[in-house]
Design a protein around this ligand. Structure first.
Ligand code: 3PG
Ligand code: MG
Length: 515
C-alpha cells in the first residue's frame, strides 16, 4: 500500500512553518474519577507529535474519547486528563482548546490539543461541511490514529479527503508495516492464535487466516466449537453448535494444504464459572456432560508452546483460557511465555491479549504490540481500512498532479564552466545519452531493492550536474547520493520518487537546449 509518510515530508523540509493537524487515537481507559488507568496510546502518539515539532510545524492534535453525544459536551468527555499527561510526557505546555472548528491560534514550535472531536456535530457521519472546515485549519493532515483507522468519520476520513496534503503518521505507518510483515510475506511457519468466546464474531478472521497460516491455534469458546466439529464432547461449555459446519470447513481447507487447526488433547474443567471453582485436568475425550471447559490442558499447552517456539512468525489475538482466574490461567501463561521465548517475529493485538501480555510481563519480548482493537481485527480479516483507502488515493492523486516545472538547467554556469556554448553542447550530448538510460535504470534497481546500483548511477549524475545545473538540484542529488550509500531501498525509494520529476525536467531542458 502506497501512502505519503509524514516522516518523508519532515525529512525533505516540507513541514517547516506549516500548520500540521494530527488525528491521534488518545482514547484511553479512565476510572470513575476520570484518571487515566492505562496510557499506552498516549505514549504511542508522542513520536508523531515530536516529529512535527522538531520539523518546525505549528501542531494541532485531536482525538475522540469515548462515544459522547454530538453537540452536547459534558465534562466527562473532556480530553483534559490527556492534555495533562501529554504535557508531562512531552515536557512542554499542551493547552487544551474547546470550540476549535472555526479557527486555531498556534505558532510554529507550539502544540495545542483540540477538545474531543466526537462532540462536533457531523463527526460520526463524516459530514463533508465539517471535514472541509477542519481541513481549512491546516496545510498538512497527518492520520496517526491506528486504533480508529477502521472508522470513516470526519476526522479520520473526510479530513484526509479535503486537506491540501494528507499523509500517514509514524504510528499508523508502523502498525501497517508490522501487520504486512506478519501476513504479507511472513517467515514460516506462520502460527496464528485466535481465541475468544465466539466463533461468530471471529469467523471472517478464521477464514481469512486459514488460507495463510501453517497452524491456526484456537482457544476459548472458539476452541469448543472446533472440538465439537472434531467429534468431541464439550459438556455444557460455551460453543456455537450452528457454526460447527463452518469450523469443519476451516479445518478441511487447512488440512487440504498441509496446515492444521490443533485440537486440544486435554482440558481444564470445572462445574461452575467461578474463580474458586475446583479445577480438574482431563483428557479431551473424557469431558462429562456437566463440565465447563475453562482452559486448555497442560499437555496441549506444552505441544502448542513447542510449535510457537519453532515458528517463524506469530500472530496473537485472544487468551486461550479464563486467565483472569488462577486455576484456569496455565494455558494462556504457557503460550505467552513460549511467544516471549520464541525467536519468531510476533505481533499481538486486542484488549484481552494486551491484558495477558501485561499480566505475564512479556511486553518487551513481543515483536510488535498493536494499539488497535477493532482496527487490528479488521486488518486480520483482510479488510482495507478506510484510513488506508483514502491515504492511498490521496497519494495516487498527488503523484498525478503535474508540478509547476522549476528550471534545473543553468546555461550561464555551463558556458562558464565549459568555456563556450559549443563546449557545453558537446558535454550535454553525452549527458543526454547517459541520463536517458540511467533514470529508468535507477527506478528499476530500487524496485528490486538494489540500492548499490542506484547509488552508482546517482554517483555518476552527481559527477556532472554541478557543471550545468542549478544549486538547488545539485544539492538534492548530492544529498540523495549520500543517503543511498547507507540506507535501504525502503528509505531511498520514496526520496528518489521526489527527485525523479526534477531529473526528468532537467533531461527535458537539456534535450530542448541541444536541439
Ligand atoms: C478503540 O478504543 O477501539 C478505538 O479508539 C475506537 O473507538 P470506537 O470503537 O469508539 O470507534
Ligand atoms: Mg471513557
Amino acid at each position: 500500500m502506497k501512502f505519503i509518510r509524514f516522516s518523508d515530508l519532515c525529512a525533505s523540509g516540507q513541514v517547516v512553518g506549516k500548520r500540521v493537524f494530527i488525528r491521534a487515537d488518545l482514547n484511553v481507559p479512565q476510572d470513575a474519577s476520570g484518571a487515566i488507568t492505562e496510557d499506552t496510546r498516549i505514549r504511542a502518539s508522542l513520536a508523531c507529535i515530536r516529529m512535527a515539532l522538531d520539523a518546525g510545524a505549528a501542531v494541532m492534535v485531536t482525538s475522540h474519547l469515548g462515544r459522547p453525544t454530538e453537540g452536547a459536551f459534558k465534562a466527562a468527555d473532556s480530553l483534559a486528563p490527556v492534555a495533562a499527561r501529554l504535557t508531562e510526557l512531552l515536557g512542554c505546555p499542551v493547552p487544551l482548546l474547546a470550540n476549535w472548528v472555526g479557527g486555531v491560534a498556534v505558532l510554529p514550535g507550539q502544540v495545542v490539543l483540540l477538545e474531543n472531536c466526537r462532540v462536533n456535530e457531523g463527526e460520526k457521519k463524516n459530514s463533508e461541511a465539517l471535514a472541509r472546515q477542519m481541513a481549512a485549519l491546516c496545510d498538512i493532515f497527518v492520520h496517526d490514529a491506528f486504533g480508529t483507522a477502521h472508522r470513516a468519520e470526519a476526522t479520520t476520513y473526510g479530513l484526509a479527503e479535503f486537506a491540501k496534503v494528507a499523509c500517514a503518521g509514524p504510528l499508523l505507518a508502523a502498525e501497517m508495516d508490522a501487520i504486512s510483515k506478519a501476513l504479507a510475506n511472513p517467515k514460516r511457519p506462520l502460527v496464528a492464535i485466535v481465541a475468544g468466546s465466539k466463533v461468530s464474531t471471529k469467523l471472517t478472521i478464521l477464514k481469512a487466516l486459514s488460507a495463510k497460516v501453517d497452524q491456526l491455534i484456537v482457544g476459548g469458546g472458539i476452541a469448543n466449537t472446533f472440538m465439537l466439529a472434531a467429534g468431541l464432547k464439550i459438556g455444557k461449555s460455551l460453543a456455537e453448535a450452528d457454526l460447527v459446519e463452518e469450523a469443519r470447513a476451516v479445518m478441511q481447507a487447512m488440512s487440504a494444504r498441509g496446515a492444521a487447526v490443533p485440537i486440544p488433547t486435554d482440558v481444564v474443567t470445572a462445574k461452575t464459572f467461578a474463580a474458586d471453582a475446583p479445577a480438574s485436568v482431563k483428557a479431551a475425550a473424557d469431558v462429562a456432560d456437566d463440565d465447563l471447559i475453562l482452559d486448555i490442558g497442560p499437555q496441549t499447552a506444552a505441544t502448542l508452546a513447542a510449535q510457537l517456539k519453532a515458528a517463524g512468525t506469530i500472530v496473537w489475538n485472544g487468551p486461550v483460557g479464563v486467565f483472569e482466574f488462577a486455576a484456569f490461567e496455565n494455558g494462556t501463561k504457557v503460550l505467552a511465555q513460549a511467544i516471549a521465548e520464541s525467536s519468531a517475529f510476533s505481533i499481538a493485538g486486542g484488549g484481552d491479549t494486551l491484558a495477558a501480555i501485561a499480566k505475564y510481563g512479556i511486553e518487551k519480548d513481543v515483536g510488535y504490540i498493536s494499539t488497535g482493537g477493532g482496527a487490528f481485527l479488521e486488518v486480520l480479516e483482510g479488510k482495507t481500512l478506510p484510513a488506508f483507502e483514502i491515504l492511498t488515493r490521496r497519494a495516487q492523486e498527488a503523484a498525478l498532479t503535474p508540478q509547476a516545472p522549476t528550471p534545473a538547467l543553468d546555461v550561464a554556469r555551463g558556458v562558464e564552466m565549459m568555456g563556450s556554448e559549443a563546449g557545453l553542447k558537446k558535454i550535454l550530448a553525452t549527458v543526454l545519452i547517459s541520463m536517458t538510460a540511467n533514470l529508468p535504470e535507477i527506478e528499476q534497481a530500487l524496485a528490486k531493492g538494489d540500492v548499490t546500483t542506484a547509488n552508482r548511477l546517482l554517483h555518476a549524475i552527481k559527477g556532472y550536474v554541478p557543471i550545468f545545473s542549478t544549486d538547488a538540484l545539485v544539492a538534492e542529488v548530492t544529498e540523495l547520493e549520500k543517503i543511498s550509500k547507507t540506507e535501504s531501498a525502503d528509505v531511498v525509494t520514496p526520496l528518489y520518487k521526489q527527485l525523479a520529476p526534477r531529473l526528468a525536467g532537467l533531461l527535458a531542458e537539456v534535450r530542448q537546449f541541444s536541439a
